[in-house]
Design a protein around this ligand. Structure first.
Ligand code: ZN
Length: 303
């Protein structure tokens, strides 16, 4: 497999979930080994923010990346689409502090990437292959990754709410087709009481029924209802794949998530990176710099 970028630059505009302000997003093709790099183009000195674990500054509500004072939040849905469609190298220019929320899912980003087209680059695409399990826990929540040929995800959620309850999807193979058909259109969800508290505190100002599935104590409030009865667990998989992409290169492993969230997703990424005996990097050629350049294990990285 070769590394890929997008065939041409492409833009879209939407509103930020938190600020409620318009923000323009432009994806630019990028050279081999770049990875995914966010650029805050509205700052007097544009700041580059690599989509990697070490850039994570917050996992409250959404995943936020930053370098110094420059941050970009709500990156996970775009990252999930880039990862699943196999875009390794791209510069993501954004003229504000967050990625536009669009309809609360990754569908618009899939459309954007498909419209730009993909370009195969002349360099091998390395991947991180799990060889023994790595697990993180927080009370009754857990994430575990086990050896597997490609990326597979099993996700289990359990909300004491009549619209959700227990939902699970098991052994979902994450490739472009599955992602586009079964995952990308699943939207962000929230509960009315939480949303109202956020609004009172000046947060989630861009959040509304056009970009969030909102529930009161009994039911879903959106007029059109759900896109799937189990849209909630599908969205959790969407979020997880975006957060896993912060590894910096494709993952070969089966991730089993029980009631996860952004904090636990990124904790698993950190635990994997901290445990080099649990994985090998495959398919890295001499010129390839894609992948976790910050790894302290160059001898293993050449395996
Ligand atoms: Zn999400």
């Amino acid at each position: 497999m070769s590394q890929r970028t997008i065939a041409e630059k492409i833009s879209c505009t939407g509103i930020g979930l938190h600020t409620g302000s318009p923000v323009q997003l432009t994806l630019h093709p990028a050279r081999v080994g770049t990875g995914v790099v966010f650029v805050r183009s509205d700052l007097s000195h544009p700041v580059e923010i690599p989509a990697r674990r070490e850039s994570v500054t917050s996992t409250q509500m959404a995943t936020t990346l930053g370098v110094g004072d420059a941050t970009v939040s709500t990156v996970e849905h775009l990252l999930s689409a880039l990862y699943s469609l196999g875009v390794d190298n791209v510069r993501v220019e954004v003229d504000g502090p967050e990625i536009p929320v669009m309809d609360g899912s990754a569908a618009s980003f899939v459309f954007l990437i498909r419209s730009a087209g993909l370009f195969e680059q002349d360099a091998a695409r390395p991947r991180l292959r799990i060889q023994k399990p790595v697990e993180v826990r927080d009370g009754d929540r857990s994430l575990r990754v086990e050896p597997c040929d490609g990326l597979r995800v099993s996700y289990f959620v359990d909300y004491a709410h009549p619209a959700i309850g227990r939902q699970s999807l098991e052994s979902v193979e994450i490739d472009g087709e599955t992602f586009e058909n079964d995952i990308a259109r699943a939207r962000t969800f929230g509960f009315l009481q939480d949303v109202e508290a956020l609004w009172r505190n000046g947060l989630a100002r861009g959040g509304n029924l056009d970009n969030t599935v909102v529930m009161d104590e009994h039911r879903v409030l959106n007029d059109d209802g759900l896109r799937w009865p189990d849209e909630f667990v599908r969205h959790k998989i969407l979020d997880l794949v975006g957060d896993l992409s912060l590894l910096g290169l494709p993952l070969a492993g089966h991730v089993i998530a029980v009631r996860g969230g952004h904090a636990l997703h990124t904790a698993l990424v950190e635990a994997i990176l901290a445990e080099p005996s649990a994985w090998v990097i495959e398919g890295r050629d001499a010129e390839s710099t894609l992948g976790p350049v910050t790894f302290q294990t160059p001898a293993r990285a050449s395996a």
